[in-house]
Structures are given as C-alpha cells and as structure tokens.
Ligand binder design. Sequence first.
Ligand code: WT7
Length: 650
Amino acid sequence: MSEQKVYPVDPAFAAKAHVDAAAYQAMYEQSINDPDAFWGEQGKRLDWFKPYTKVKNTTFDPHNVDIKWYEDGELNVAYNCLDRHLETRGDQVAIIWEGDDPGEDEKITYRDLYERVCRFANALKAKGVQKGDVVTLYMPMIPEAAVAMLACARIGAVHSIVFGGFSPEALAARIEGAKSKVVVTSNYSLRGGKAVPLKENVDKALDNHEAGKLIDTVFVVKRVDKDVAWNDNRDVWFDEMVANEPAECPAESMNAEAPLFILYTSGSTGAPKGLEHTTGGYLVYASMTHEAIFDYHEGDVYWCTADVGWVTGHSYIIYGPLANGATTLMFEGVPSYPDNSRFGRVIEKHKVNQFYTAPTAIRALMQQGEDVLGDADLSSLKLLGSVGEPINPEAWTWYHRVFGQGKCPIVDTWWQTETGGILIVPLPGATPAKPGSASRPFFGVQPALLDNEGNELEGEAEGSLVIKDSWPGQSRSIWGDHERFIQTYFSSFKGVYTTGDGARRDEDGYYWITGRVDDVINVSGHRMGTAEVESALVAHPAVAEAAVVGYPHDLKGQGIYVYVTLQTGYEQSDELMKELRGWVRQEIGPIASPDLIQFAPSMPKTRSGKIMRRILRKIAEDDFGALGDTSTLADPSVVDDLIENRMNRK
Ligand code: WT7
C-alpha cells in the first residue's frame, strides 16, 4: 500500500479554494478543542428568527443518549433555502431540471421556486397538514419533489421520502411506521423512456394495508399524460390544488431541534429504521460541508446524480446547495439513456462545474470503454465526487482520467444516512488524494478504530470505525423508538457512535473504509439488511429457511447471495429460482433482487442451532480454502455440499 500513488493538491486549485492545507489544520484543531466556538461561528451561515445562545449539548452516554445543537435557536429551513436569497439572487437559477428525455428541461429561479413552495405549502395546510405532521413523498426526480420537501419544511411538517423503487409493501410499512397522514406522488415516473406506475403502487399500499386507514389525502403530480385509477375521497391533482393558492405563505419559526425529516434505512436486524434529522444543526452541517467539500463558489453549476429518496439527495441535491444559494441540477433519468454518453451530454449542456456520483455508475460506464462519453465537452468540470461505497482504485483513476481530464480533484465522501452529512473526505484544496481512501475527518469529526473488546487502536491499525463525539448533522433518534437508536448505535461500544463500518488507518493517518462489519450489504451504493431479504424469502410458501450474504460483484460492489432450504414437497428448479427472485422484488423492490440463489439441503449450524454466516459468506465469495474452525458445526458434512453446489465460481 505504501507504493500507492498519491495525487497532490493542485496549488492553483488550493489558492482559490475555501479551505487550503493550513486552514484545514487550524480549523480542524479549533473544531475539536473548542466545538462551541467553532460551531457557534458556523451557525451564523444561516438566518435565525431567534438567535441561539447555546451551541453544543450532547452526550453519548448509553443510558441517556441526548444530542442537541443550537437548542434555544429558532429558524426555518425553507426560509434559509429560499426567502433569504430573494433580494440578492431572486432571478438566479436555483434548480436546473434535466428530464429523462434529453429534449426536456427546465430552469427554476429562486423566486419561481419560492412561489411554487409557498403555493404547495398552502395546499398542504388546506388539506389539514399541521406542524409536526408527517408527509410521505413517493416521487420521481421532478421539481415537485423539491417543492414538496421545502413546503413541508416551511410549515413545520416532517417529510418522509420513500424511494420510488420501493414496492407497495415497503411503502405501506414506512407510512405506518411514521403514522403519516398525507402522500405526495405522481401518476407515473419516467426512467430510461419507461413509465413506472407510481400512483398504482400507492393505491396498492393503501388498499391492501393498514396504511390506508392513516392516509386521508394523496396529492398526484401529472408527470405523464396518462389516466390512472382515482379515489375521489382521497386523491387530488397536485396542479389543481396549487392553482388557486396564494404565492405567499409564512415560514413557521421552528426550534433548532424540531424534526425536519425522517428517512428509513436498513440495519442488521428488524424492519428498516426511520432515522430522524432535525432543523438547525442539520442545515448548518449540510451547508458547510457542501461549500467546503465541493468547493462551491458563487455562480457554479453543481450536479449530484443521487435520487432524493436517499440521504445524498436530501443533503446534497436540496438542502446543502439551496442553503448556499447554489444552482443545483436535478436529473430525472439514468446514465444509459438515450445512450451511455448521457452524463457527458448533461455536463456539456449545462456547463456543470462539480459532479458527484456513485462508484457503481462509474464502473458501469467504465465497462463501456474509454470513449463512452463520446465527444461531450467536459471542460467546465472543476471537481468530481464519489459516494456510497468504497471506490476501487481502478475506477478512481478511470473517473479522474475520463471525467476529470486528469485535472479535477476527486472527493471520496464517506458518510451514512445516520450522519446527515459527509464525515470523512479529502478536502480538495487541502488533502492529497490516495485513490480508494476517504482519507481524513471533516471539521468536528473524531474517528477512532476499536478492537473487538472496545480498546482504541493507535497509529496504523484496522478495526471498527466509531466516532467519539457529536457533530451537528448527526441523526438524533429513530422515529418513535429512542431505545432502538441507543441499542443500535451506542451500545456495542460505550460512549461512542458505532458506524457499523470497518476501516484501516495508514501511516499517514488516512482512513480506508473496508465495508460493513454487520449484517448489512451494500448493493450499488444502496444499503440492504440481510435480515430484511431473509424475512421476505421465508414468507414464500416454498421456503423453509433462508440465509442472505453479500459477495463481491464487479458492477454493484456487492451482490446478494441467497441460500434457500425448501419446505418438504418442493423441488428446486430454475422456475422456482425465478419465482423467488420476483417475490423479493415484489416484497421489497428491484434493488433487493437476489443475484445468486443456491438451494441448500441444509444450513451450516452450530449445535445450538445458529446459522454460521461466516462460512456462508466465505463460500459465496468463492474463498472457501480457509473456512476457519468448523468443528463447532452440528454436521460438518453440510459444508461440502454447499461448496460443491456454489453459484459463484471465479
Ligand atoms: C454506508 C452508508 C452516505 C450516502 C450514501 C449511502 C457505505 C458510503 C462510502 C465511501 C466507503 C461508503 C458505508 C456506509 N459508504 N460512502 N465513500 N466509501 N463506503 O448512505 O445508505 O446510509 O449507507 O455506505 O458502508 O456505512 P447509506
């Protein structure tokens, strides 16, 4: 690893950057030694209706995890993302919307966006939505998604976005978990030229589940000129509802610790958890990280290719950029439509300066060859970003060469739904990059590596990645279940936030994320709980037992490998394999679709009946030479059958 190529900071870039090496050092030290002074100062990047007098008040004590930032301050997120920009940049473009069809786009100024948000905020109120109510968004990447988020924020409602790729079942569970009263959706979504029936999915979620009893209004955006089934008691057209609403709506004064949104994500065990993010600290952190990490300057056009259904879309398409008065690009489509040069075409068309995407997309394009972007002019690009999973050095250097033309710094941003914003990253004007390493902590972030006993490791080491103290963007709780929040993140090791990732620290103090250390897998940068996939599988009549593990996948990073033991009376077949795959897609969504399914007559279990996942993981990785100790297995011969019939052979 010491021979690893290092990409030094370009002095010309550093000279103009918000943060250079000296500033990083000084600011980092202050952020750790005097967080109140540091974050007290940073809080001023927002407009407060009532200024805070306190800054940090946090404890990770497992008996009483309590995280508060700017706790006596009051502000409004929509006000900070819209109103305060009107005087100076009302006519500046806030959102460039690029449709699925390359012929379709729209430029929305700060003033337009402000008016659209006010109208929809009034429409929400007209339907009885009040401060603290939860509004579920199940939407494609269209401007109305941004409008709906900001409208909720404006009136103090809490949004819960459910990614449009999730199934009706998954949507229903999230509506029920959040006790939401209102859904915002569109009749269809458009991706890669195909119309996906979002409204029909909402109907299924509401008609077949308890969720139907909670929801009294469904706002429907007419994205595609097609009819959909209609329930007059519940459904209203978005456009009709906003048409007669005034373009003014007061921004509620919210306490800094009032909830802004809930976002569901998968964990090791149980159903997905609704992580809660609050108002003041979250926005300070999203704003500061967006500016410093992407080195955003006035007038730049910034593009993050994520979906608003994930946290990246929340913090780095909407809240961070708009708080900073940026021009943020929102893309409805996919990188391969109408062809694989699409990302390049969009960069050229809108003269994008900062481009932020995921390793899985980079690898898919890389497979298409060096000239995949055609003759697209990429010269506007100043910086590239990566997020979602470790970026392998080959993909990093390809990204640097083909997108970055050998000159753009790459920020490999490590963070999580729980962290609200980026925690580990090479700042582009300060930190030399090592391909594959997320490198160094952002301001206020104190990473540490622990061994299994919880001892902190010093110097070069590998262990569980934890964070020793709070930062303002951190999630405050799991919606309605603070005990589970404590249990999940603050109980394995005392007094620290446990990330669930493993990491290595090298001789220069750089962090290299090695992947999850829990039963979570990362498929194309999307988090999947193995327990969730297992429980979907055992709900199928043919399945007696299921075990799910990850395995290395060239494009997706990790693929989903499933071991299934059938109920007596069922025979293994290709048909059944197909059926099980379809079943999981239907229960959770296409992102959970198993890549490989192995029918296993029995699972490797300890004498006490516990499935030994370590062994299943090794076999799925096609790395069974060193299975470790199998002497505790009830029946060691099970392993031979599993190896013989393994699905992943290199
Ligand atoms: C998990 C969080 C953060 C937004 C997208 C995913 C993995 C994320 C990186 C990176 C290595 C990464 C981690 C983390 N991850 N970014 N730059 N390098 N790993 O959010 O769905 O909450 O998943 O994604 O394993 O724990 P998420």
